[in-house]
Ligand binder design. Structure first.
Ligand SMILES: Cc1cc2nc3c(=O)[nH]c(=O)nc-3n(C[C@H](O)[C@H](O)[C@H](O)COP(=O)(O)OP(=O)(O)OC[C@H]3O[C@@H](n4cnc5c(N)ncnc54)[C@H](O)[C@@H]3O)c2cc1C
Length: 293
């Protein structure tokens, strides 16, 4: 098998509007961002395109803007830049955890936040994080601009609410004024590899140190991120301590029904998911200032 892609044309666009127009004019076209998922697919000829539309030159699309409790990330902001951003690490530690856990520095320095989300690989780490943080995605298409919620954006493996002429332009996260913190943890298939399972958790504690609100999201076990509603319902109103978290984590096995494959049995996936819920919630609660074992 050769490792060269088939022939294609290439265009570098200067706006999302131009990207949408070009996408709708050429049926077999694709956006090119960091190329870390797309180029291997083209090289192995799993996929072929007639036109690649490079969005990396769109002015402002690779920026990041942080206000007190909110963050706006341009689609072409690199995962490596996210990892290195100390302000993000302080206010949105879940993003730092996830960025740091992605592949290796080579992939992180090229791969973009928008590409990681738009590709919607079930093994990708940013989708569950965005669901946990209730992110909003600004999408530009031939019919104009709209905002999609992360919780409904991911439809299944490599499938999102975007259609062919849509481009993901930016991501917005608002963490509110309360005592909110977050964490992301994952179990890799092997060293440096994609996730076998991951958990993204956002917690908000009240003044008495109890769970006021939480969103616990399982990644990579199913074809799209899954909000563990039973876990969050269990946590609500309870003291944020290790006993409560253990109780919540113990519910996971009865609430998910994963399959078995070459990488892991269903039982192992359930076991790991439960441990990851425990670890993500414990880290998030510690970061919210509660000293738990
Ligand atoms: C060896 C290796 C290991 C990896 N390990 C991990 C890992 O552990 N965790 C993880 O999360 N990821 C991992 N990845 C994937 C990596 O994070 C990719 O960078 C990411 O999935 C795609 O981002 P990209 O910018 O490279 O997008 P590209 O490869 O350029 O594009 C990917 C797809 O998304 C579309 N696209 C890109 N940007 C947009 C946009 N703004 N709007 C609409 N469509 C868009 C493209 O058309 C294409 O279909 C790994 C990749 C490699 C090569």
């Amino acid at each position: 098998m050769g490792l060269t892609p088939g022939n294609f044309d290439y265009i570098r666009v200067s706006s999302f509007r131009e990207a949408a127009k070009t996408l709708s004019e050429e049926e077999n076209s694709k956006i090119l961002a960091g190329g870390q998922s797309l180029i291997p697919l083209l090289k192995t000829r799993i996929m072929s395109v007639d036109l690649l539309i490079d969005i990396s030159g769109i002015k402002g699309a690779g920026g990041i803007r942080q206000e007190k409790n909110s963050l706006e990330i341009g689609a072409t902001y690199r995962v490596g830049e996210l990892e290195a951003n100390s302000l993000v690490a302080e206010s949105f530690p879940i993003l730092h955890d996830a960025a740091l856990s992605i592949a290796d520095p080579l992939v992180r320095n090229m791969g973009t936040v928008g590409g990681n989300l738009a590709h919607a690989d079930p093994g990708n780490d940013l989708p569950p994080v965005m669901v946990a943080m209730d992110a909003g995605f600004t999408v530009l298409g031939s019919k104009g601009e709209r905002v999609e919620r992360a919780s409904t954006f991911f439809k299944g493996a490599f499938s999102t609410q975007m259609d062919h002429s849509d481009t993901l332009a930016s991501v917005r996260i608002n963490r509110g004024d309360g005592n909110v913190s977050s964490a992301f943890v994952k179990q890799r298939k092997s060293a440096g590899d994609f996730s076998l399972a991951s958990v993204a958790a956002m917690v908000e504690l009240d003044d008495s140190g109890s769970f006021k609100n939480s969103r616990t999201v399982l990644g990579s076990v199913f074809s799209a991120p899954m909000i563990l509603e039973g876990v969050d319902a269990f946590l609500k109103g309870k003291r944020a301590n290790s006993e409560t978290i253990k109780g919540a984590a113990s519910l996971v096995k009865s609430q998910i029904n994963p399959g078995s494959d070459f990488f892991a049995s269903a039982d192992y996936r359930k076991h790991v998911s439960s441990l990851l819920v425990n670890n993500a919630l414990t880290t998030a609660v510690r970061r919210a200032g509660v000293d738990i074992a």
